[in-house]
Write a protein that binds this ligand. Structure first.
Ligand code: ADP
Ligand code: MG
Ligand code: MG
Length: 874
């Protein structure tokens, strides 16, 4: 077995073995690009490292020395050589990229002798000493476990002593002092001298990089991104090139297209006289790429050409790390760029239009789950804003919240229900749990490729970075904006699309879709076979759903029409009625109101199917809360209002009577329609009248009625009779008819298993997968998600949250049984699904494969459902 591959022995397909970084370096070497030579130690060496008690096996060590020897030949330099020493970087990289999560060591191979070789040229002295002190600092903190702060404190002290602000202003003597001090710190902390043998440095560094696979931030990142633990990291050893060698050297990061807008233009940042880590760490704010174009036009042109070719080669936007050493260009990394959802869509559509990828590929590249930020509201352009600062637009969307200054406080405030904006000078990978808890991230330093920006984009969290007019005073926990001083807990709004920072809360407006997004959604129609409907409650929502591209209404809940505060008293009267006649009388007053709602929805969905669900929740949900009533009784008693007191006491009695131990399995759904048929009668009448009145106007409407929570076919039979009788009455009054199919809403296992009998009385069936999941598992969702589900997921008792990912094994099986039985009896039975699963891609693929005809999502999820449906069909 081979554990070490030279760059020219590998290629991009060896991702699993070499890690993404190593594989791409190999691929670029094969393409003939200017990549400093090197080799990669495989991920299987990492796994073996752990199997063998964190030891690098001598066999593997020998392979490393062999590769090192070859590298020395290629480079024409020798490890530890006193006049022409080879220096290398030791870089981590797994098969799934985890930017900044593991450690990288630069300038390895430096010691007291080789540093002298580097400093031999007078103009390089500063560079040599600076590299050495950086190396001691990096190596000691990463490999030897010395607290990095000790080095930083000394650096600050020397800077103060010298009266300078920037690291780069320190003189050679200062740097030499620092080297001595740093070495003393190492001796004091470890009891050993700083290791001088480059081979020993190399082997221990490789072990440390393997070890960083299990550092805390990497583990958290993997858990969030669902990256498996076992894959391990590869380690790449590469000859150093120096961006810190003077004014014609530097380091940069570039994207072949803009990572937050998707604009097709080379976009990036560059820093003269600096080493790579300086940009990534966000310690100094870099300049635009144009500075390179101005100072070194030829190098820039060469880079542009390479960037363009890399994008074409990989058929995706690339994020490229590069370094210029005295005018000469080196490519150090390329990978598919992380980008905002918005950019991703634009890039996919543009690339399909450019002919670089197909339309199918463009659709496949947009994860339906990534669309949420595009459905976000943005700052009202007409609002008066108190803008207190402007930074870089790092991750789009607007966020309002209270400011907090560290990750722990962000988590704490988030837990108590606050929307928080994490404000930092710069973020580090240790802040990741705080970023996760925040609605927005604001930093005062760093560029759009800094850690905060990259992570925020990844998570879809709005972010503004590099807001340099601000300073964070950590001691007093204040943010100084130049004009105001804000305390922790004060409210600000950040706009990650424009970089603005605004004092207080601001009015927001609903999202507008980009041209490319509309195009992509149109393309879905060419592929998808599932009809995408929407679940709505009101005419306004129906209009919104249609705008989002809904092809009908799969579920219209009628109870929310009752919740309107103006209507509620009439509803209460209806519920409190003691006889069927009283109840009918109260209901009569509700008919015109419901009818006008139905008319609104039918109009908004002209020519499309509209399925209306008869009332579902237990009636007591419409009654006031018991404590409210108790208070009212108290008040009536004090006021001596006998009449009111009697009324309220009656109400209280009624509430007690209706109280249920377990409302989820309570007196609800068709059980209401069966015990109080007049309620369903009245609703049916309102539906039929609304439909006939619009029909008379010449409008095409397709009304459907669905009966909730049926478990037994006899229930379905009874409700169907009530509904049909009522329909006939309406038809004869109106002297006209309209076809109104009657369906069964399937949310209970028994209904699935007896679907063949059920469809005798149902013209179509729709699965309500939210409730079907609850009733199949016997989980009450609110309790499950609040109490034990997180534990289940953490401990792999369940692979996924079944309320998010449809459980194919259980719930899915019930669905399959119902479909098979239903279609056996009625081969053309229309079958639909409502629920959150309808916009989740794995679930939709399953639903497509089992033969569902339509899915129904909430209006803002309709675009995601359309994309998921198209992907399922491709
Ligand atoms: P990360 O995965 O955190 O990006 P990298 O291995 O890419 O870590 O290293 C970070 C930075 O260090 C790179 O972007 C590059 O600028 C610099 N670097 C790494 N290897 C070399 C090298 N051989 N020569 C010069 N700079 C290097
Ligand atoms: Mg790094
Ligand atoms: Mg990198």
């Amino acid at each position: 077995k081979k554990y070490v591959y030279l760059f020219h022995e590998g290629n991009a397909t060896m991702n699993d073995l070499l890690g993404r970084k190593g594989a791409n370096l190999a691929e670029m070497t094969g393409l003939g690009l200017p990549v400093p030579p090197g080799f990669t130690i495989t991920t299987s060496a990492c796994r073996r490292f752990y199997e063998e008690g964190k030891n690098i096996h001598p066999e593997i060590e020998q392979e490393i020395y062999w590769a090192l020897h070859t590298l020395e030949e290629t480079a024409g330099k020798r490890f530890g050589h006193p006049s022409s020493p080879l220096l290398v970087s030791v870089r981590s990289g797994s098969s799934i990229s985890m930017p900044g999560m593991m450690d990288t060591i630069l300038n390895l191979g430096l010691n007291d002798y080789t540093v002298a070789a580097l400093a031999a040229h007078k103009e390089n002295k500063r560079f040599a000493y600076d590299s050495y002190r950086r190396f001691i600092q990096m190596f000691s903190s990463i490999v030897l476990g010395v607290d990095e702060r000790q080095f930083e404190d000394e650096l600050e002290r020397i800077k103060k002593q010298a009266g300078v602000e920037q690291d780069s202003q320190l003189s050679c003597d200062h740097l030499l002092d620092l080297i001595l001090i740093f070495k003393e710190i190492v001796f004091k902390e470890t009891g050993h001298k700083f290791p001088q043998d480059p081979k020993q440095q190399l082997i221990t560094a490789i072990g440390a990089v393997f070890d960083s696979w299990y550092n805390q931030r990497a583990m958290i990142y993997r858990r969030i991104q669902k990256i498996p633990e076992y894959i391990g990291t590869a380690v790449t050893i590469q000859q150093m090139v120096f961006g810190n060698l003077g004014p014609n050297s530097g380091t940069g990061i570039a994207f072949t297209r803009h990572p937050s807008t998707g604009e097709n233009e080379l976009f990036g940042e560059f820093m003269f006289n600096a080493q790579g880590e300086d940009i990534v760490a966000g310690i100094r704010t870099p300049q635009q790429l144009t500075v390179l174009q101005e100072r070194l036009p030829e190098t820039f042109e060469q880079f542009k050409e390479i960037a363009y070719n890399l994008e074409k080669h990989y058929r995706d936007v690339q994020d490229i790390e590069f370094t210029v050493e005295e005018g000469k260009l080196y490519i150090l990394q390329t990978r598919s760029a992380k980008r905002t959802a918005e950019a991703n869509i634009k890039i996919a559509v543009d690339m399909a239009n450019e002919g670089l990828i197909t339309r199918e590929e463009a659709i496949m590249r947009v994860d339906p789950a990534s669309l949420a930020p595009l459905m976000q509201y943005t700052i009202d352009p007409n609002a008066e804003l108190n803008i207190i600062g402007k930074g870089l637009d790092a991750s789009s969307g607007a966020a309002t919240g209270i400011i907090v200054f560290d990750a722990e406080e962000a988590e704490r405030q988030h837990r108590t229900g606050h929307s928080v904006i994490l404000v930092r000078q710069e973020t580090t990978p240790e802040d990741i749990h705080g970023i996760l808890a925040s609605a927005g991230v604001l930093t005062t330093r760093g560029g759009v490729t800094s850690h905060a920006a990259v992570v925020a984009r990844d998570l879809g969290t709005p972010s503004v970075v590099g807001c340099e007019s601000f300073t964070v005073d950590m001691e007093r926990r204040e943010l100084h904006t130049g004009t105001v001083i804000l305390k922790e807990g004060d409210v600000i709004t950040i706009c990650g699309s424009t970089g603005r920072v605004i004092l207080g809360e601001v009015p927001l407006v609903p999202p507008k879709f980009s041209k490319e997004f509309c195009t992509l959604l149109e393309w879905t129609n060419e592929y998808k076979t599932l009809a995408v409907y929407s679940s709505v409650n009101t005419p306004q929502e129906a209009k919104l759903a249609r705008k989002m591209g809904a092809e009908g209404v799969g579920l219209c809940r009628t109870e929310l029409m009752f919740m309107d505060p103006e209507r509620l008293p009439r509803v209460t009267r209806m519920i409190l009625a003691r006889t069927s006649r009283e109840r009918k009388k109260a209901l009569q007053q509700l008919i015109p109101l419901q009818k006008s709602d139905f008319i609104g929805i039918f109009r908004a969905m002209e020519g499309k199917q509209v399925t209306i669900r008869l009332i579902d929740p237990p009636l007591h949900e419409f009654l006031p809360h018991p404590t409210t009533v108790a208070l009212e009784i108290e008040r009536a008693r004090l006021a001596g209002d006998e009449e009111l007191l009697a009324e309220k006491e009656a109400l209280q009695q009624r509430i007690e009577m209706l109280h249920e131990l377990n409302p989820s399995f309570g007196h609800r759904g068709c059980r209401i329609g069966i015990t109080y048929p007049e309620i369903y009668e009245v609703q049916t009448r309102a539906i039929a009248e609304a439909a006939l009145e619009l029909k008379a106007e010449g409008m095409t409407v397709y009304p459907n009625i669905i009966v909730p929570l049926v478990s037994d076919w006899r229930e379905m039979k009874a409700v169907r009779e009530t509904v049909e009788e009522t329909l006939e009455q309406v038809f004869s009054v109106y002297r006209d008819r309209i076809d109104i199919p009657i369906g069964a809403f399937i949310e209970l296992p028994r209904a699935c298993i007896t679907a063949d009998k059920m469809v005798e009385y149902a013209d179509f069936i729709t699965f309500g997968t939210n409730d079907l999941t609850q009733s199949t598992y016997g989980f009450s969702r609110d309790d499950a998600e609040g109490k034990y589900l997180a534990h289940y997921l953490d401990h792999n008792i369940l692979p996924e949250n079944p309320f998010v990912y449809l459980d194919e094994e259980g719930v899915g099986k019930l669905i399959e049984i119902a479909i098979a039985k239903g279609r056996k009896r009625k081969p053309n039975l229309p079958i639909g699904v409502c629920g959150e699963h309808t916009s989740e891609k794995h679930s939709v693929l399953f639903l497509q494969n089992v033969g569902i005809n339509f899915i129904s999502s909430l209006p803002p999820r309709v675009p995601a459902a359309r994309i998921a449906a198209a992907q399922a069909a491709i």
